[in-house]
Design a protein around this ligand. Structure first.
Ligand SMILES: [Zn+2]
Length: 83
């Protein structure tokens, strides 16, 4: 189980998500498979458990999200839990 800190209560999910994007992808999110920028992808769903948007790359047709390429990949955590 993730350890939850009091700060979790202070940050909204949206704030946490934006923080994660900046933290993991300081120069912007790119496709971890082919390197295409986020503008080349489209959002196709929101992962039910973690509530983060999932993107499908238009160039290579692979999917990714804010956690792709990080230690949190595949763990399905909510942004406020990771922060
Ligand atoms: Zn791609």
């Amino acid at each position: 189980m993730p350890i939850e800190f009091p700060i979790v209560d202070l940050m909204s999910s949206q704030d946490s998500y934006e923080w994660l994007v900046d933290y993991f992808h300081p120069s912007g999110m790119v496709c971890p498979h082919c390197g295409a920028v986020l503008k080349e992808a489209r959002q196709f769903r929101v992962t039910r458990r973690s509530q983060v948007p999932a993107y499908r790359c238009r160039k290579c047709d692979q999917t990714y999200n804010v956690y792709s390429g990080t230690v949190f990949e595949g763990r399905r955590l909510k942004p406020e839990q990771v922060v």
